[in-house]
Write a protein that binds this ligand. Structure first.
Ligand code: BDR
Ligand code: CA
Length: 319
């Protein structure tokens, strides 16, 4: 039996979603991809789907890609082109993909991939975009619940936010979708800003990547350069690679520390809309809280292992 973790990735590529895929593609001994689904977030649904198809082929993952929600459950979509560029990948070109998106919508695609697994196997859902597709999946197809090992999310924060004072982008983009996931009671690992903001690649790493003359290093170096030249990072040494944290956590849990908590999403129209309210009172709900909230990570090791993964892909893809 194939003992690798069965992965469905729901994403909105996105520079850091793309770098997360590089990390995953370097570790095919650990991850078995069942598919990639897309959700509107960093860019429009057409652009992020096109990017996912291009990345899947460029990284020789060659997995099916299914397009998902065009808009959040309730609110109007926002994009983040200031941070991720007009094409969503820092305006770095990737070769056009030959494959087309799968015929099914992301929700149905995920449901079918999960239910087609042999009875004893479970899937790990990784979400690095707004939680629209995952929330709808859990609501519309409750039969998948017992086939889900865990849901590892990049999103939220115990403290603070990046798009508003209290809200992180992925959760702010679709608070109602996120609430459906956090209220599901399923085992969740929340990789929020508390940890992801400190996990990144610095200017020295960018120089290594750009001078290396590798197929993947060049693309990652250029996307990182776009981040580091953007107004948010211009005066900073390091750009956070938020979306690589879920995969790094699964590969190297020893690098991270967290606590189990209850997490609720603020779905009000107030100033904290989209905030993840993390309740650290272990006794407040009468049972073990379902969300492991990561709070700390080893930034040096994160950078080292991420660079190693990119360099190893250069070798692997040149064979
Ligand atoms: C998250 O928002 C997006 O811009 C990134 O891709 C990441 O998923 C960070 O807040
Ligand atoms: Ca993302």
């Amino acid at each position: 039996m194939d003992s690798r973790r069965k992965i469905l990735l729901d994403c909105d590529p996105g520079i850091d979603d793309a770098i997360a895929l590089c990390l995953a593609a370097a570790h095919t001994e650990a991850f078995c991809f069942l598919g990639i689904t897309t959700v509107a977030g960093n860019q429009t649904i057409e652009k992020v789907t096109d990017n996912a198809l291009r990345l899947s082929e460029f990284l020789k993952l060659d997995v099916p890609v299914a397009q998902g929600a065009r808009t959040p459950v309730i609110r109007e979509p926002l994009t983040a082109s200031g941070i991720h560029g007009k094409n969503g990948l820092g305006d770095v070109p990737f070769p056009r993909a030959e494959a087309e998106p799968a015929g099914e919508n992301a929700v149905l695609f995920m449901r079918n991939k999960i239910m087609e697994l042999p009875a004893q196997e479970k899937v790990t859902l990784i979400a690095t975009g707004p939680l629209t597709n995952v929330g709808l999946l859990l609501k519309a197809c409750p039969e998948v619940r017992e086939r889900i090992q865990e849901i590892v999310i990049m999103g939220g924060a115990c403290t603070g936010g990046n798009v508003t004072a209290n809200a992180e982008f992925n959760i702010y983009e679709d608070p109602e979708g996120a609430a459906m996931v956090f209220l599901s009671g399923l085992p969740i690992v929340m990789c929020g800003l508390d940890v992801t903001a400190k996990c990144g690649l610095n200017r020295e790493a960018m120089a290594f990547l750009l001078e290396r003359d590798g197929k993947v290093s060049e693309k990652v170096g250029k996307m990182l350069q776009f981040y580091l030249d953007s107004p948010g990072y211009r005066d900073k040494e390091t750009a956070s690679i938020h979306d690589a944290v879920p995969f790094m956590y699964l590969l190297h849990p020893e690098l991270f520390q967290g606590e189990k908590m209850y997490v609720q999403v603020d779905c009000s129209q107030g100033i904290s809309r989209g905030a993840t309210v993390c309740d650290r009172r272990s006794s407040a709900h009468g049972q073990e809280p379902p969300v492991m909230v990561l709070l700390k990570g080893d930034s040096d090791k994160f950078r080292e292992y991420l660079l190693e993964a990119v360099f190893s892909l250069d070798e692997k893809l040149s064979e």
